[in-house]
Design a protein around this ligand. Structure first.
Ligand SMILES: [Zn+2]
Ligand SMILES: [Zn+2]
Length: 380
């Protein structure tokens, strides 16, 4: 680190924030609420934020899917308007963050240095670290073009609302709401992932990460709020993996995959997710049990471990059974008569595996309940 502060980043971040705090209320006071200014602001926020989430993050940093040239171009042009550096630099910092997220000396934005440091102080600090771990991106001419010109590209794209404002005779409104406020909102929604998503939430899949799932954050961050899932499977194109979890980037990428504009969406299986969840729950309960002095402790620990192992093995068996049945269906596609004969047999097999798995889940819930009840008593 050569300088404590990066003057450009510091003045830009603080200047845009202070200017919007002063000018937005003043503009509202003088000119009232103009719907179209706010709609343009929201559209710009959504487009540029999605370019960061789908482009800078899931495509360039994590290679969670493959994208055609028009989509890469779109993400790079709109992403530049976030004023969060080039895709190359952003991905370099982010890959280091994943690799060393629990090492405060190497993670560029470790939560262990505090909420505000992870949020934006790290951006204001000047570091002359070389670009590492992005040789794949350095081979992409489009990424390198954006790296060299991101200020000018971002400048042109983010001033689009002003041109519309001039055309309809409302320059100041579109400058303050459509450009200035938009920049501040884009910055701080992205920054919330590094601060809030490492600060507050649950850890369903991994206890070894400070990253947390926070469903309230997801709508504000285009689905990036499920950060514990993301740190566990960073190469998955989804962050909110379950169908009911808000992840607008995931939905958009799925739709784009139907058109062929993106492909190769990478996903972890539901079985792997369930196994990780069960393992994380077992770790947490074991840790709580280890603080308890009681004769029952050993029995409960053993029971917990045994129930977990049984459930994990049932999950694997169910997965294998489903896979085999799928393979057989493909194999017999050209011979429907023979398939009809073995269909009943396989349907029964799957049903039986499902029944065994249901029972293993029931026992797992039961042992958790039993341990929690014991833990809540003053002496176990
Ligand atoms: Zn993180
Ligand atoms: Zn990531």
């Amino acid at each position: 680190m050569t300088n404590r502060w990066n003057p450009l980043n510091t003045w830009f971040l603080l200047g845009t924030l202070v200017a919007s705090i002063v000018l937005v209320p003043l503009h509202l006071y003088l000119n009232g609420f103009v719907w179209s200014e706010w709609i343009v602001c929201l559209v710009m926020v959504f487009m540029i934020g999605t370019a960061i989430s789908a482009g800078y993050h899931r495509l360039f940093s994590h290679r969670a899917y493959r994208a055609s040239a028009p989509i890469r171009f779109l993400w790079l042009v709109m992403g530049a308007a976030s004023f969060e550096n080039s895709a190359l630099k952003w991905s370099c910092d982010h890959r280091i963050h994943h690799q060393f997220s629990e090492d405060p000396e190497r993670d560029p934005y470790p939560i262990s240095k505090g909420f505000w440091h992870a949020h934006w102080v790290w951006v204001m600090e000047s570091t002359d670290k070389p670009l590492v771990g992005v040789t794949d991106l350095e081979k992409d001419p489009m990424v390198m073009w954006q790296h060299r010109n991101h200020f000018i590209i971002g400048g042109i794209f983010s001033t689009l609302p002003i041109w519309y404002g001039i055309a309809i005779g409302d320059f100041w409104g579109y400058l303050i709401i459509g450009v200035l406020l938009r920049i501040v909102v884009t910055h701080h929604t992205t920054f919330l992932i590094n601060s809030m998503a490492h600060w507050y939430g649950t850890k369903p899949y991994s206890n070894n990460e400070s990253a947390k799932d926070n469903f309230l954050l997801a709508p504000l961050t285009y689905g990036e709020g499920f950060h514990n899932f993301h740190h566990t499977w960073q190469w998955d194109y989804r962050n909110g993996a379950r169908w009911y979890q808000w992840d607008s980037t995931k939905w958009l990428l799925k739709i784009l995959s139907w058109t062929g504009l993106v492909n190769g969406l990478r996903t972890v299986s539901l079985t792997e997710m369930q196994k990780a969840k069960v393992h994380a729950e077992e770790e947490r309960l074991s840790a709580r049990l280890s603080n308890v002095r009681s004769q029952k402790r050993g029995v409960l620990e053993e029971h917990l471990l045994h129930t977990k192992e049984r459930l994990v093995s049932c999950l694997s068996a169910m997965e294998q059974c489903r896979q085999k049945y799928k393979d057989i269906k493909i194999q017999y596609r050209k011979d429907p008569r023979s398939f009809a004969q073995i269909k009943t047999e396989w349907s029964l097999k799957v049903a039986e595996e499902r029944r065994v798995l249901r029972e293993a889940w029931r026992q797992w819930r039961e042992i958790q309940k039993q341990i929690r009840m014991n833990l809540s008593q003053p002496t176990v």
